[in-house]
Design a protein around this ligand. Structure first.
Ligand code: PBG
Length: 331
């Protein structure tokens, strides 16, 4: 007989032995409630334009928008984030179109609110969809102006709240914008409109396909490194969170997602606050590219990539896979 002590006493494989046990000991769960679907809207009639670098993602005109978003509503997805494609001729150096109460974003919000009163509508606040230089704020002599940009951003947020957006998501990374937006919303009796701040938004290469989708990529002069965070930094993200919470943010976001799971975990360990991640266009493109080549299994890769966010501590994820994931979770 073999000496018993030579066998492992603790065997972690026992809890992996069968499906029921694996289910009992599973630490994290992905649920449709965790999904936010970013959508691109464009002008025109009967438009469903493909985005070359984001296979499966379309820019949709307003006449098709209700049908498009109904897919998410039917699947039980709690919220969508609207991104408008502004025609070139409406872009200027100051992003004036951001303040137009009839701009594409506002028309889309009103339409969706009317048709789906219970669906959460999230609006990005930043000037890049509206500027002819592709930056998120105002520029003078090649520099992005902080405080002057905030004056426009607070009005942009107000414009969106008036159109019915439930959540304002400032993605511009100017210092002090959360407070300015909070004050402006409250002054105009929008005290229930929530702020989901893009708190730790990195100057990332992974936004490339999104800028293609928006048509702002080719316009961008220089980079966004003077306002978006350096990918090498982690402590600084905690200071950003501290600041945004003090300024009145209700929810915070880390962006991009998969390359920054460590940041999500640190935030979650340090602050008891709803934390979201944006699995951005480049992450989507990377996964879809490999799926299309037959190098990765579609369903398993999508769900595993999203589960990783839950494990890291996320409350929810903005993801272009929201519909696919919701369908897979139903099966
Ligand atoms: C705009 C904004 C960007 C994204 C969301 N809001 C791009 C950028 O900062 O250049 C990127 C989303 C994605 O890549 O999917 N401020």
């Amino acid at each position: 007989m073999k000496n018993v002590s030579s066998y492992p006493l603790s065997r972690l494989r026992r809890n992996r032995h069968d499906n029921f046990t694996r289910r009992l000991v599973q630490e994290n769960h992905l649920h449709v409630d965790n999904l936010i679907w970013p959508i691109f809207v464009c002008e025109g009639q009967n438009q469903r334009q493909k985005v070359a670098s984001m296979p499966g993602v379309e820019r949709v005109s307003l006449d098709l928008l209700v049908e498009h978003v109904k897919q998410a509503v039917d699947l039980g997805i709690p919220a969508v984030a609207i991104f408008p494609i502004t025609p070139k001729e409406l872009r200027d150096s100051k992003g004036t179109e951001a303040l137009n109460p009839d701009n594409l974003m506002c028309r889309a919000s009103r339409l969706l609110k009317k048709n789906f009163p219970d669906l959460g509508i999230i609006g990005d606040v930043a000037l890049d969809p509206y500027t002819d230089h592709g930056h998120d704020g105002l520029i003078k002599d090649g520099r992005i102006l902080n405080d002057e940009s905030i004056e426009v951003l607070r009005l942009q947020a107000l414009n969106q709240a008036r159109a019915g957006n439930d959540i304002i998501a400032p993605s511009d990374m100017m210092d002090g914008r959360v407070q300015a937006i909070r004050e402006t919303l409250d002054e105009h009796n929008f005290e229930t409109v929530r702020i989901m701040s893009y708190t730790a938004k990195y100057a990332s290469a992974f936004y490339g396909p999104f800028r293609d989708a928006l048509g702002s990529g080719g316009l961008l002069t220089g980079d966004k490194k003077t306002y978006q965070m350096n990918p090498a930094n982690s402590d600084e993200a905690l200071r950003e969170v501290e600041q945004d919470l003090a300024e009145g943010a209700d929810m915070i976001m880390v962006k991009p997602g998969m390359p920054y799971l460590d940041i999500i975990r640190r935030i979650r360990d340090n602050f008891a606050v709803p934390t979201f991640a944006y699995q951005v266009s480049g992450e989507y493109a990377m996964i879809m590219g490999a799926i299309e080549k037959g190098w990765l299994d579609r369903d398993r890769t999508i769900l595993e990539s999203l589960m990783a966010f839950k494990r890291a501590g996320c409350s929810g994820i903005l993801t272009y896979f929201a519909l696919d994931a919701a369908r897979l979770l139903k099966d």
